[in-house]
Design a protein around this ligand. Sequence first.
Ligand code: ATP
Length: 332
Amino acid sequence: MPYQITLLPGDGIGPEVTDAAITVLDATGVKIKWDRALAGQKAIDKHGHPLPEKTIQLLRKNQVAMKGPIGTPIAKGFSSVNVLMRKTLDLYASLRPVKSLKGALSRYQNIDLVVVRENTEDLYSGIEHQVAPGVVESIKIITEKASTRIAKFAFQHAKTEKRKKVTAIHKANIMKLSDGLFLDCAQRVSKAYPKVTYNEMIVDNACMQLVLKPEQFDILLLENLYGDILSDLCAGLVGGLGVVPGANIGLDTAIFEAVHGNAPDIAGKGLANPIAMILTAAMMLKYLGENKRAQAIERAVNEVTAAGEVLTPDLGGKAKTQDVAKAIAKLV
Ligand code: ATP
């Protein structure tokens, strides 16, 4: 029986990188029946809504989806479809493994950490209003329920992946109530995992420490906004947004999408690095229990980056998106 998986190609570089990931998935021999769905501007044009009911139903039915990035208009227009999708399906955990690939892709080697980001609340609650002309308010929501379940997710991930440490990142010296609650929950959950070391770090210091001594980190546990920002920082440690995969996971549904956005500056030119999306596809295979195929993809990606001959411009090469995909597919 083939796996039935929802495919949201997204926009910007989304269709290019999801096509590239499918080229590599096909090479592993895994059988997938894709159900294509629309979201974002393309969905508005066709169905009058950025996240049509039809798309939500497909995501619910298949429970697993691969998604390209979907752009969000800046400071106007519709709210982020990426955020809406995570909230609608309660995909509360964003999981982003940040691992050095072989080859000279960045200033650092041997980085191996995981960003666990809360996905449903914080300043992403989207509650903003004008109090008076020239004064606006944006509300940060932190709840015990969401903070506890993301902390449990981080510690459970530490246990299953045999990782040693969880660092909760916060600004509780300033936001004593909200970030204070987040820390309380993390501390309480940590007690149930005595074999996993637990520590805390203020977010600005964490940024500096990540640049100075990234090897001290293992799993980073973060609220939504800090998680967004530190995900890009961590991506910079291993070669940039073009190489970091990701997943948004709920109780019964998961959407696999790379950390990067839709990169309109390079869209449609074959310049996008497909490695992030290809490694995202490998994460999806692992989630489905296809460990051998997932490992084969990771190995092939590392062979290609180690050789350094077929790389996109963000990694200093001249190859096109599909050239990289084909080179990886050949080695799977
Ligand atoms: P979002 O907030 O939607 O995640 P972002 O603001 O982080 O998006 P991106 O769209 O991810 O922005 O792009 C940031 C920069 O990284 C851009 O210069 C873009 O070209 C580059 N970039 C992102 N993804 C890739 C990729 N796969 N390959 C090469 N460059 C990329």
